[in-house]
Ligand binder design. Structure first.
Ligand code: NOJ
Length: 537
């Protein structure tokens, strides 16, 4: 496409650097490792990489506790390696998105180290410090989503500081103009380096209530945290002017992109933060990441997302990330990957930017761990009710050699033992593999503007537990048919205004040929049709 816009028409691939490819034999992935796989990513057909944090970090939250926003952690390499990654990625038309974790720092960040020295330290007000209640209790009822109170008492200075996440991740005080300035400079630093965009970690929690009012309580919710209505510890109105400022800054550079991770987001909430003068996009994980394997659930989620965003901003879709159980496991896919193919076809043909997560293209399953093996502190805290996030962070499965070709040393997290069969090399060889299906889908998108830009219309005559929709441009239309059941389904092409269409891609390797009146979708089949002339009414 002539005016191809990478973040709008392209596909973004998230890399969790610790687990992607290790080149220096320490069992932890590194930037050189990513560079060595750029040809792989180009061949797969992705347009951008979102890099989970690579900044120096004590790794209490594996990189999401940043100790320096302008440097690279030596375990990942050097700034030189980063510059090389940027040049090499750009050479292949692959864009780079940095993960900015600006709601909190690590407690090892020099600002916090200073801040806790004394009440009158220059950096004291960089963080949220409050006096105890007269009885010594925390200043209010705000909690940490990772468990326990959100307030940690500091003996040295006799005050509490607030942390939404671990106590080693103190929240910044975004009301302090110095903090705001420092952080906008962090954006500038990476923009000047030439990065193409940012993913903002829990941006909607930057501001807290200025009066520190208690969050109201509710009766339902599994964790204590869920039994609070988070009215005062997140989603404050001050976020909107800040986003406007960030957008003006980004607009000073060509084709930059910012996507926000909305904290506890419904579709409606995420939509509030996007627009021409706000974020380009915000994630809502409702249904796609938390939902069940049912056509009706996906249909509802898609319709809601479309309706909520209207023309205000471009949607995005995500099946996996570094915080949730892998989709192949969630959807209880068989070893034949049929459901993963249906999910892939949906992800890559909806109206919006698809985000993939490393290993999704080979259907990596959730790793299983015993209690003693768990590294994610969230899993340690909530065990056995919740086992944490290690399962979706196991090393990439490149081939059947030792450690799955990820590292010459024992990996930081054990490789999923299924790597012997489930790996990139194997799936590249097998024509009907999930990997090859992803590759074909990515190519089909690129070849058909309707799949990138077309409007989305739901079909009206749809068999049970299947999803049919159209992507329409005046000059081209496509029809996508997804069977979520294991029973065959007849699609009435005439009634759907799609008579005489051609199958461009089927997950069941059916030949590309024309169908006049009816198409029988096999159980768990995904098929994409290119329609002749203006077939859709
Ligand atoms: C959201 C990130 O995705 C998650 O991995 C992290 O633990 C929290 N934010 C805190 O930064």
């Amino acid at each position: 496409m002539k005016d191809f816009l990478w973040w709008h028409d392209g596909v973004i691939y998230q890399i969790y650097p610790r687990s992607f490819m290790d080149t220096n034999g320490d069992g932890i992935g590194d930037l050189e490792g990513i560079i060595s796989k750029l040809d792989y990513l180009q061949d797969l057909g992705v347009d951008a990489i979102w890099l989970s944090p690579v900044y120096p970090s004590p790794d209490v939250d594996f990189g999401y506790d940043v100790a320096d926003y302008r440097a690279i952690d030596p375990k990942f390499g050097s700034m030189r390696d980063f510059d090389k990654l940027l040049v090499q990625a750009h050479k292949r038309n692959i864009h780079i998105i940095m993960d900015l974790v600006l709601n909190h720092t690590s407690d090892q960040h020099p600002w916090f180290q200073e801040s806790k020295k004394s009440r009158d330290n220059k950096y004291r007000d960089y963080y949220i410090w409050k006096d105890p209640k007269p009885n010594g209790a925390p200043p209010n009822n705000w909690l940490s989503i990772f468990g326990g109170s959100g307030w940690e008492f500091d003996q040295g200075t006799g005050q509490y500081y607030f942390h939404h996440f671990f106590k080693e991740q103190p929240d910044l005080n975004w009301r302090n103009p110095e903090v705001r300035k420092e952080m906008l400079d962090v954006f500038r630093f990476w923009l000047e380096k030439g990065v193409d965009g940012f993913r903002l970690d829990v941006f909607s929690a930057y501001f807290k209530d200025a009066e520190f009012r208690d969050d109201p309580k509710k009766w339902v919710g599994l964790r204590k945290y869920d039994r609070l209505i988070h009215e005062y510890d997140a989603d404050r109105p001050e976020m909107i002017p800040l986003l406007k400022e960030i957008r003006v800054l980004l607009n000073g550079y060509p084709e930059r992109y910012v996507v926000g991770e909305t904290f506890m987001a419904t579709f409606e909430k995420a939509a509030l933060y996007c627009g021409d003068d706000l974020l380009h996009a915000a994630f809502s994980f409702e249904d796609f990441i938390n939902g069940h394997w049912q056509a009706a659930k996906f249909r509802k989620a898609i319709k809601t997302w479309e309706k909520t965003l209207e023309d205000k901003c471009w949607p995005n879709y995500v099946l996996n990330n570094h915080d949730v159980k892998r989709s192949a496991t969630r959807y209880r896919d068989d070893e034949n990957d049929e459901r993963s193919k249906v999910a892939a076809a949906m992800l890559l043909t909806l109206r919006g930017t698809p985000f993939m997560y490393y290993g999704e293209e080979i259907g990596m399953r959730e790793g299983k761990f015993k209690k003693s093996e768990i590294l994610d502190p969230v899993g340690i805290f909530y065990w056995p009710f919740y086992k944490g996030r290690d399962g979706c962070r196991t090393p990439m499965q490149w081939n059947a050699s030792e450690n799955a070709g990820f590292s010459s040393a024992a990996p930081w997290l054990p490789v999923n033992p299924d790597y012997v069969k489930r790996n990139v090399e194997e799936q590249m060889r097998e024509e009907g593999s999930l990997f090859n299906f992803y590759k074909k889908l990515l190519k089909l998108r690129k070849d058909h503007p309707a799949l990138m830009r077309g409007d989305l219309e739901m079909a009206t005559v749809v068999p049970g537990n299947s999803l049919i929709y159209f992507r329409c441009l005046p000059e081209e239309q496509a029809m996508i048919a997804l069977n979520f059941s294991s029973e065959p389904k007849k699609i009435d092409l005439v009634k759907n205004g799609a008579a005489n269409c051609e199958v461009a891609l089927s997950s069941k390797l059916k030949p590309n040929r024309n169908y006049d009146e009816q198409y029988v979708l096999d159980g768990n089949e995904a098929a994409i049709f290119i329609l002749k002339s203006s077939a859709v009414a």
